[in-house]
Ligand binder design. Structure first.
Ligand code: NAD
Ligand code: DAU
Length: 353
């Protein structure tokens, strides 16, 4: 079987792992990667597959209607895996409109092109939207997010992702566009941009810089290795039911402070530093505005209906991740260039207690 798949945001963190997986595992599929190459997009993430015959990169914006229409028409696109987004909560607090533009308008643009150009010929077509658990809001100390949990987004980022999910569902109900949505918990792994907690902390430990922990570090996240997320997306794309939502998670909850302590300990050993020396870098800073307390996914539906479970234990994934950053210091140096330093200064300088 062959497919012509448009993957959006394929030069970003998760997108690059999804592109690699589909290009390598499915030589019969043609993969078109549409990415605007914002600060978060990096073609170096795809160096190993860029010359493959079944891969094409297209630089462009998902909000560009003419471009998106043209890509659908010229390449006979039958499947979309939509990952392009503004993805960082802190940036959504300082610049919410950028999130509405890409995450809401961009998703609407892609959906509308699919609707127009598939023109009710839906056999063999699929629009897969990659979303987040943050749309469900914030949990207390107990309980889980289920596919049936009511949406309750609380940051401009999660509200824009919730808006995009609602649009996807609206196109399913109104036009019968074949769609599927997955809502995943926090990812970690190679190529993660160092504005997010784990890669930022790895980078700062390498440089002996303070490790900024928001509030008291008691917020909880459920971490999943990015390659397991790509595996779940593959499973859902091939076996998922039209119109359905699937939660993806690692059953792997950590408070931020415990996670960073573990990271410090592993990196003491890897860097040959005295035991306990990295922990001294931990610095508590002003909390994130509207900081969600806890996310935790119940992924039973995905396990029972489609047979997917994560493959890696957290410590193994964390070790692999740290090793990747230590072996790829050039990548880290390049992405933490001038623009990153300006962002870092703005985000953390005024913030440290
Ligand atoms: P990322 O920020 O690393 O990458 C986003 C990519 O989208 C970049 O390559 C960027 O250049 C591209 N992009 C941004 N705006 C664009 C536009 N207007 N047009 C075209 N391309 C554009 O993000 P990520 O962490 O890889 O997340 C990918 C998707 O997965 C997002 O939709 C995010 O909401 C979702 N998600 C992320 C996580 C996580 O933990 N990172 C968890 C669950 C869901
Ligand atoms: O849950 C899925 C979501 O996970 C994705 O949809 C988002 O795209 C992704 O960015 C991530 O959102 P979070 O806000 O949970 O991730 P982040 O790495 O920014 O923060 C993780 C936790 O660490 C959170 O409680 C805030 C805290 N934190 C973060 C940073 C960057 C700190 O304490 N200090 C920091 O410097």
């Amino acid at each position: 079987m062959t497919k012509n798949i448009l993957i959006t945001g394929g030069a970003g963190f998760i997108g690059s792992h999804v592109v690699r997986r589909f290009v390598n595992n499915y030589p019969n599929y043609k993969i078109y990667n549409l990415d605007a190459l914002t600060y978060a997009g990096n073609l170096e993430n795809l160096k190993d597959i860029e010359m493959k015959e079944n891969y094409t990169f297209i630089k462009g914006n998902i909000c560009d209607i003419d471009l998106v229409d043209k890509i659908f028409q010229e390449n006979n696109i039958d499947t979309v895996i939509h990952l392009a987004a503004e993805s960082h909560v802190d940036r959504s607090i300082s610049d919410p409109l950028a999130f509405v533009q890409t995450n809401v308008i961009g998703t609407a643009t892609l959906l509308n092109s699919a609707r127009k150009l598939w023109n009710n010929q839906y056999e063999g077509k699929l629009f897969y939207h990659v979303s987040t658990d943050e749309v469900y809001g914030s949990l207390g100390e107990t309980g889980f997010f289920y596919e049936t949990t009511a949406y309750d987004p609380r940051s401009p980022y999660s509200a824009s992702k919730a808006g995009s999910d609602h649009l996807v569902m609206a196109f399913y109900h109104t036009y019968h566009l074949p769609i599927v949505i997955s809502n995943c918990s926090n990812n970690y792994g190679p190529h993660h941009f160092p504005e997010k907690l784990i890669p930022l902390s790895i980078n700062n430990i390498i440089q002996n810089k303070p490790l900024p922990i928001y509030g008291k570090g008691e917020n909880v996240r459920d971490w999943l290795y990015v390659i397991d997320h790509a595996d779940a997306i593959d499973t859902i794309l091939h076996k998922g039911k039209m119109g359905e939502t699937y939660n993806i998670g690692g059953h792997n909850e950590w408070t931020n402070i415990e996670l960073i302590r573990l990271l410090c300990k592993i990196m003491d050993e890897k860097l040959g530093r005295e035991k306990g020396s990295n922990e001294k870098l931990i610095t508590f800073v002003t909390d994130r505005a509207g900081h969600d307390l806890r996310y935790a996914i119940d992924a039973t539906k995905l396990k029972e209906e489609l047979g997917w479970t994560p493959s890696l234990q957290f410590e193994e994934g964390l070790n692999k991740t740290i090793d990747w950053y230590l072996e790829n210091s050039e990548w880290l140096k390049k992405v933490t260039n001038g623009e990153y330093l300006k962002y870092y200064e703005k985000q953390y300088h005024q913030n440290e207690n």
